[in-house]
Design a protein. Sequence first.
Length: 112
Amino acid sequence: MTSRKTTKEERLEIVNYCLDHDSNYKETAQKFGCSYAQVYNWCRKYKLKGLEGLNDNRGRKPSEDSLTELEKANRKIKELERRLEISQNESEFLKKLRELERSWLQENLSKD
């Protein structure tokens, strides 16, 4: 079964149907054209968090305005750590490149 996009209202309808029918995930998935895993996960999230659990928050970062000072500082630290890692990787790459160039030059000069 291929996944399909659903709205929060559709997910709520699917969860309510499933719960009304003794948590029959397979039947619900077939009726609404979605996968068993989707139905199971939506039901589990709904039981744990209620309606809020059915929100699709993928790919959305909180805006800078809504963050606390600690969260802003943590975000800045992660960004700096990412930049440092990139810089270190570039430095290692350049060292290896210089080493290869040196060895290549030595091999070619010794042949002459």
